[in-house]
Design a protein around this ligand. Sequence first.
Ligand code: SF4
Ligand code: SF4
Length: 455
Amino acid sequence: MYKVSRYNLFFEENNMILLFNSLRNVVARCDAETKEILENETLDKLPSNLLDKMVSEGVIVDEKLNELNVIRFTRMMHYVHLMQNLSIGLTLVMTYSCNLACPYCYEGDRKAKGGLLTPNKIETILKFAKSHRQGDKKPLISVSFYGGEPLLNWKGCRYTLERLEEMKEDGEIRDYSTGFITNGTLINYELIEAINEYNVNSMQITLDGPREVHNKRRIRPNGEGTFDEIIENIKLLKNGVNNEKFHLGLRINVDKTNFETIPELLEFLKKEGLDDIPISYGIVRGNFPYCHSNCGIYFSGVDLQKALPYLWREAYRRGFNVWTRPNLRFIYCGYDHPFGYVIDPELKVYPCWEMVGIEEYQIGEIQEDGSLKIYPFYYDVKSRDPTEYEECRKCKLLPVCMGGCAAESIRRNGHPNGPGCDINKYIWKEGLKFYLMKRYSYLFSQDNKNKEKMI
Ligand code: SF4
Ligand code: SF4
């Protein structure tokens, strides 16, 4: 006996009814009659070949199957895998300081903390990372250089790269990878040499719009804009880096005040020959407890449904690659990773980039001997489980969301152990439609001659 999967979602486009099953991550075209059968659970009306097909795609499931338990089990297996793989994710706050004074920056007062992650402290962190070794199995270390502006502490970044390489050569770790999250103003030849020499796999640089707009938002403390120097630095990277594993990405920050200017930026990037660099859109959003000044410019869910498809289209038609399809997830982000740590210059440990520097959200502190002194919040973080939240349990997007962002949950619910619905809640349909239109354009052509083809 069968029942209908609880993770079926329907949507319509170009006179077609489409069915998305978020647990199996399948999309299928469907007619009105089949939709009605599935919605009314009158499965005896389905022809047997269609029933079989739907069972194999997970649209219809065994009557006894508890799909929530499928999610619980899959998550559990994923945790076991992460723990056995010993992949340690270190986000290192190289300094809280920043050389820019962007008005919306969520790090606010935290920047005034100053301080650098010194070589001594980096040694202690690496000792901590190595302590994850289990028997003969050595850890795999991934480091994100973060800040403030991490390149203000270039000495510390360089020291970390050198030591990771040595540890790899000495067989103390299995391997390592690194990435930089930077504002892009401090790129130089020394950094490029290091990218070519060590395992530097990624760099994310942020732009806030075309020159005039960017220069009002990503500014130096004296009010000077930074657009031209960042573009020059991007070109420097493009021409100077020959490390094949290195990927440069541009994050374009958008909110209500600048999104209509983004096509001008995309046009500029294309003209400058920078359209082969992958872009992503960052939604500027409210923050806690530092953000008071930007209220009113954030997108609402409804605004996003219009703004993002517009931005995707503008990027796509200029040749930029944008990924919009919802993906299956086992965990939402590094917050949920069993070995994910954000570590500041005082060796205080936090679970998330946005919570860094906020005492309430500290999960521990690394001791001189490389051990971790665990704080009570550690256990709240590491046991976060969206299948315990009523809203998530009922939510058809759970397999592609997994409870969302804990920081968003703090904003919504006052605590991190609750649903932190992210933009996918509002734009999954638009994202899927955009993906399908790119991939199966024949289905969306005006004449619709090929409409009978199945996806
Ligand atoms: S919890 Fe949210 S803000 Fe924190 S790291 Fe994850 S996605 Fe980012
Ligand atoms: S966080 Fe929101 S969108 Fe995500 S599964 Fe929970 S209720 Fe659904």
